[in-house]
Design a protein around this ligand. Structure first.
Ligand SMILES: N[C@@H](CCC(=O)N[C@@H](CS)C(=O)NCC(=O)O)C(=O)O
Length: 215
């Protein structure tokens, strides 16, 4: 039995974007039931939780009583368990490389660009930093465009690497940048058209909906 540990409460802008979405999506792809355990700031600070997630963050996946932290490690684990890794040796290796690449070579740049407006709007340094971060984000999008041209997915068939990359691409949702890269945009749409993606987003939104309704 899987239990997904996530935050009890998040700011409105984060609803639908909390990284537990990656695990939810994988679980939904396989039709795998899971339960959700929510935590608050006091849990995040506790030594008990830090044994499960050393940085006090979410998500954590409990596979039985075995905790797994880092969304990439969770997807890698679920990829094998739920049949969301390609079957061929080279394709499996490609999926693994793209999983790391999404987290290490792409997410930091998209995240830094998105944070300008989410966390630093109006701060004096933002407009000076924007062109450099935008250029770097576009460089990575261009690289992805080249890889994806003529391919439906990163490693042949749909895999956890695509769950990771398409959720990383969502960091640029409101940037207007994706539209400039047709193969990336089509890839993003292809991934997000999957019914499991919609179910995963709906499940996360439903968790936070009572708070939103009360506001
Ligand atoms: N590299 C981590 C990042 C996790 C992360 O940033 N989690 C956010 C939610 S999306 C979080 O826990 N924020 C609360 C905090 O950092 O205290 C992963 O991919 O699992």
């Amino acid at each position: 039995m899987y239990t997904l540990v996530t935050l009890r409460s998040v700011p409105d802008f984060a609803v639908g974007y909390v990284r537990d979405l990656r695990a939810r999506w994988a679980l939904e792809e396989a039709g795998q039931p899971y339960s959700v355990q929510t935590i608050g700031p006091e849990d995040q600070m506790s030594s008990t939780y830090r044994q499960q997630q050393p940085f006090g963050q979410v998500p954590v996946l409990l596979d039985g009583d075995q905790p797994i932290f880092e969304s990439g490690a969770i997807l890698r684990h679920l990829g094998d368990q739920l049949g969301l890794m390609p079957t061929g040796a080279r394709e499996r290796q490609l999926a693994e490389m793209w999983l790391y690449a999404a987290l290490n070579s792409v997410e930091p740049y998209f995240g830094a660009f998105a944070e300008l407006d989410v966390f630093h709007a109006g701060e004096a340094w933002v407009e000076a930093r924007r062109p450099g971060l935008e250029a770097m984000a576009k460089r990575r999008l261009g690289d992805l465009e080249a890889w994806l041209s003529g391919s439906d997915y990163l490693a042949g068939t749909f895999s956890v690497a695509d769950i990771m990359m398409s959720t990383v691409l969502r960091l640029l949702d409101s940037s207007g940048l994706l539209e400039q890269f047709p193969a990336v945009s089509a890839y993003q749409a292809r991934c997000m058209d999957r019914p499991a993606y919609a179910r995963a987003v709906a499940a996360q939104v439903a968790l936070y909906a009572p708070k939103q309704a009360a506001a």
